[in-house]
Design a protein around this ligand. Structure first.
Ligand code: GLN
Length: 506
């Protein structure tokens, strides 16, 4: 965009916050089409290197942007995010636009309907640029399990951008979109946010509709906002959250006032819990240093710091890796080669069972197969009580640990991840090492409460982003934003600029 009277380029919209873009469009400083074109040009320039997108919907994005400009020209009221571009994780169905879940088994499938979340974005005038890369069926912590190849971390393209929502986080960190959507079953919004220096929120379970979100582990899956600032995440949160009769686990209650909280950051008088179990072996020194500084910062801002123990959290990973595979073994049964996407071996000589087996053999990647087998085993008669049953008991103990903790504090803080972004390939053949990336995020999924990750600095040893996790009780999502906004403002004042400005140019 160039100022036609002076010939001087106006501020680059790809560097703006979502809030500033929406304000600029509403004020007529630039059009939604100009903003969409600038982002599409950025995608053209850098996404070959980053590989954040699996599919770019150029025509759809421009049509959506044109519609916003027309509504503005007609004097119609615009929503708070009208005309703002967004990168959508390829797990949400989009009518007429491919949805693969990062899997070969859905290659070529064009959904006939929009997910509730997709529909809400469209109704709000948000411009969906395309669908982002992800670990197959959201199983992973690095996006290396995508059937379509890995995504690079914009801070260092040889490193992972986190997972499963690595594409969404990388799109934000490489200035390809100011907003993105992720899903968090065990950390897939927060962990990518942490390792890319962005903001990610897992809302309270049931806050954002799962209708049209391809199911992985239904009792844990939760869609949520990804952004570069706390306020932008809050604006997106308000657009996507709220009751949906099409999702039986959707919460029928008002959405907590997250935008108001993000505009009024404060921790004055707040009790902030620090969990003793979230440190020790396996935690990178630079991550703990930044975390300890964050706790000092919170104390300096007027928070009261309380040390807490949540002993059951040490068993969260084990419980999760029984519950999530069990649910996925049931959910993925629908991919039978008959109803959606890929079909292999249907040459008239084979039975339906044989076609299903061949389709799954060809269509599912190794991590998905591993989990379906594990889950089937854990649910089988004779083993059910020992594995799935025990895991559910641990889940209850974790919820009780949280209840006790929230009897003493308003929010809990921890590092989001034990380490910064690791090199692509380093953990690809070691599932156990990969699973450890979600050590601090999984307890909140098991308990169903709300949690956010936001940048708290760069680790001194590798110069890579570190995430601070904030956890709030269920339906107190606004506390995340109130605390997050205060922390973001304090760090911003200390650093003199947003952390992403320090990422090397692509
Ligand atoms: N990394 C975790 C897993 O592989 C979490 C994934 C997620 O949140 N979708 O299951």
């Amino acid at each position: 965009m160039t100022d036609t009277t002076t010939g001087i380029p106006s501020p680059d919209p790809t560097r703006m916050t979502a809030a500033a873009i929406a304000d600029g469009i509403a004020a007529g400083e630039f059009t939604a089409v100009e903003v969409a074109e600038a982002h599409l040009a950025r995608i053209d320039a850098v996404d070959e290197k980053v590989h954040a997108f699996l599919h770019v919907d150029r025509d759809g994005a421009l049509a959506a942007a044109r519609a916003v400009d027309e509504r503005r020209a007609a004097g119609e009221p615009l929503g708070p995010l009208a005309g703002v571009p967004l990168a959508l994780k390829d797990i949400f169905t989009t009518e007429g636009v491919p949805t693969t879940v990062g899997s070969k088994i859905l290659e070529g499938w064009i959904p006939p309907y929009d997910a509730t979340l997709t529909k809400r974005l469209k109704d709000a005038g948000v411009v969906v640029l395309g669908k982002t890369n992800m670990d197959e069926f959201a199983m992973g912590s690095s996006t290396e399990n995508s059937a379509y190849g890995p995504t690079g971390n914009p801070w260092d393209l040889t490193r992972i951008p986190g997972g499963s929502g690595g594409g969404s986080a990388a799109a934000l960190a490489s200035w390809q979109a100011p907003l993105a959507i992720g899903t968090d079953t065990g950390g897939s919004i927060r962990q990518p946010a942490a390792v890319t220096g962005t903001v990610g929120v897992k809302p309270t379970y049931g806050a954002v509709s799962r209708y049209g979100m391809v199911a992985f582990s239904s009792s844990l899956d939760q869609g949520g906002p990804c952004a570069r600032t706390v306020l932008d995440a809050a604006l997106l949160h308000e657009v996507i959250a709220g009751h949906d009769p099409l999702d039986s686990t959707s919460i029928d209650a008002p959405v907590p006032p997250v935008v108001e909280a993000a505009r009024n950051g404060s921790v004055e008088g707040l009790r902030v819990g620090v969990i003793t179990e979230f440190r020790g072996d396996g935690y990178q020194a630079g991550v703990m240093r930044r975390f300890d500084e964050s706790v000092e910062l919170l104390a300096g801002l007027g928070a009261e710091i309380v040390e807490l123990s949540c002993p059951s959290f040490t068993k969260a990973l084990a419980a999760y890796y029984l519950i999530a595979p069990s649910e996925c073994s049931s959910n993925l049964a629908r991919f039978d080669g008959l109803r959606y996407g890929l079909r292999v071996g249907d040459d008239g000589t084979r039975s339906a069972e044989q076609v299903t087996a061949l389709t799954r053999e060809a269509g599912f990647g190794p991590e998905v197969k591993r989990r379906v087998m594990l889950g089937t085993y854990a649910l089988s008669s004779g083993y059910y009580d020992a594995y799935y049953g025990s895991a559910q008991k641990v889940r209850t103990l974790i919820s009780r640990d949280f209840e006790r903790a929230f009897g003493q504090v308003d929010v809990i803080v921890s590092p989001t991840t034990p380490t910064t972004a690791f090199p692509i390939g380093e953990r690809a053949d070691d599932p156990m090492a990969m699973y450890l990336a979600d050590l601090c995020t999984i307890p909140s999924n098991l308990a169903g409460n709300a949690a956010m990750s936001l940048p708290c600095g760069l680790a001194p040893e590798d110069g890579l982003p570190v995430g601070l996790q904030i956890i709030a009780p269920a339906m107190a999502d606004d506390r995340l934003y109130r605390v997050g906004a205060a922390v973001e403002a304090a760090f911003g004042a200390r650093w003199g600029h947003p952390i992403l400005e320090e990422a090397p140019a692509l």
